[in-house]
Design a protein around this ligand. Structure first.
Ligand code: HEM
Length: 461
């Protein structure tokens, strides 16, 4: 990056919340979303320095600068607290590795996400969604967040593995995933090793969950290797990853590397899709006009049969609703990089070794870019209304060389689940409980107690 002017040191954050010794840490722990939104409201310079301990931490508050930093993965490499704690679990996988390794890892895994493969995975997604929608009774109470996280775990396991052990693997992953994720969140917020090794029940639960998932994944890899001699490609994610070759050396992933990639895939795929599907159903349940528009589209494009991935192309309203919930609730609400050398950004000098943070959540709720930013308004994405500034600020999947590898996979899965549920069920709140975003590492919804009512007649209208 070059600039005509000499970069100046990054100014300290001016928004309230800093304490003499603890810096901004307490304010962040108390209410992270409000803290970062306040910094954005006053941080119009584009980069501000936070006080979070001995290491300098810089927050980038302008979308154009975030896009610039994401376009330079050499100067701004992967790193930061979340990546460090994820690395302790999955090692050097595609989502956690530094740029130098990413140049080989990403092309190796890319074919597993080719359009043809997604069509095959979509059949699994469809079956899982239909099984869920078929399992409910009229008037049943469901806690939507838990149900959809479980469904997402099932979809992830069933798209990864389709061999004879797939059903067992899916059950194991569904069973162990919540405790593993809770442990990961704790590690991210409390980066003190001995705390996580202390012999207390939460650590024991985490260890058991991690080992359970590792055992399951290792078992599946062994079984696939045993039949690999016959050249079988099951059309699933694991088959695709096993066939992957280093673009430079032609070497394949070892079993240990495969295990890390699979677990990191599970971590990236389950909570994100489950939470987003829950938010989308929640908003449609509360917005009759948006729900009716999506239903009308569904009746036209699909009718009474099951929804297929091909149908989604003709479902612009559903796509806009999905874009809007990803704007309001990006699961990765805060992302980080590490400056590998002194580097200029927006006229400021970011020193080597600095952690650099940016928040898709805050950028996507910028009142200067999105009118009435906290309101669910899918029609702001109408092709004749959407503005270049909105497009620039919308970053739920990131951008650049580290952009989400599963963006199409995830969008297809969420859309199929939501469309399949909507066809059959009308969902309404079971209590007056307000649903709010909860930050536990990633951002997810609080509990969603709902009642489901059979829709056949309304849908047939
Ligand atoms: C709503 C759904 C999802 C959202 C919002 C989401 C978001 C993201 C974001 C923001 C990143 C980039 C992080 C960064 O720049 O530091 C990312 C990376 C990644 N995601 Fe997703 N994700 C979703 C679903 C999925 C799914 C379903 C999979 C896999 C099946 C997946 C696999 C990955 C992988 C492997 C990476 C690392 C890419 C790389 O570094 O090259 N994601 N995701």
């Amino acid at each position: 990056m070059t600039t005509a002017v000499h970069p100046v040191p990054v100014p300290p954050a001016t928004a309230a919340g800093g304490l003499p010794l603890a810096g901004h840490l307490l304010a962040i722990l108390r209410d992270p979303l409000t803290f970062f939104q306040k910094q954005h409201a006053v941080g119009t310079e584009g980069v501000v320095k936070l006080r979070l301990g001995p290491k300098p931490v810089h927050l980038v508050t302008r979308a154009d600068l975030v896009r610039r930093l994401l376009a330079d993965p050499v100067a701004f490499d992967k790193g930061g607290a979340f990546i460090d704690s994820a690395k302790a679990l999955v090692g050097n996988a595609v989502g956690t590795c530094p740029t130098v390794d990413h140049r080989t890892q990403r092309p190796m895994l890319q074919p597993a996400f080719h359009h043809r493969r997604i069509v095959e995975y979509s059949r699994v997604m469809q079956r899982c969604a239909a099984a869920l929608a078929g399992s409910w009774q009229d008037g049943q109470y469901v806690e939507l967040v838990d149900v959809l996280h479980r469904l997402a775990a099932r979809v992830a396991a069933r798209t990864l593995f389709s061999g004879p052990g797939a059903a067992h693997a899916a059950e194991e992953i569904q069973r162990h995933f919540p405790a593993m994720l809770a442990g990961l969140h704790r590690r991210m917020f409390i980066p003190v090793d001995w705390v996580h090794r202390a012999p207390v029940p939460v650590n024991a639960a985490f260890d058991a969950a991690l080992h359970g998932i590792q055992r399951t994944v290792e078992g599946e890899i062994r079984a696939y290797r045993a039949e690999e001699a016959g050249g079988a490609d099951r059309g699933d994610l694991l088959s695709a990853m096993m066939r992957a070759r280093d673009p430079y050396t032609g070497v394949r992933l070892t079993d240990a590397e495969l295990k890390d990639q699979v677990i990191s895939m599970l971590m990236g795929a389950i909570e994100t899709t489950g939470s987003t599907a829950a938010w989308l159903l929640h908003h449609l349940a509360g917005e009759p006009q948006a729900e009716e528009t999506v239903l009308a589209e569904l009746r036209r494009a699909v009718g009474e049969r099951g929804v297929r991935a091909e149908d989604l192309r003709g479902m612009g309203a559903l796509k806009q609703c999905l874009t809007e919930v990803l704007r309001l609730y990006p699961p990765f609400w805060l992302l980080s990089r590490v400056a590998t050398r002194p580097v200029e950004l927006g006229g400021y000098l970011v020193p080597a070794g600095a952690d650099v943070l940016f928040s898709p959540y805050c950028l996507q709720r910028d009142p200067g870019v999105f009118a009435d930013p906290d309101r669910f308004d899918p029609w702001r994405w109408d092709p004749d209304r959407v503005t270049p500034a909105q497009k620039e600020s919308q970053l739920p999947f990131g951008t650049g060389s580290r952009k989400c590898l599963g963006d199409v996979f995830g969008a297809t899965e969420i859309s199929l689940i939501v469309a399949t549920v909507l066809q059959r069920w009308q969902i309404g709140p079971a209590t007056g409980l307000r649903v709010v975003p909860v930050v536990k590492g990633t951002m997810r919804p609080s509990l969603m107690p709902m009642v489901v009512r059979r829709r056949e007649e309304a849908y047939a209208r």
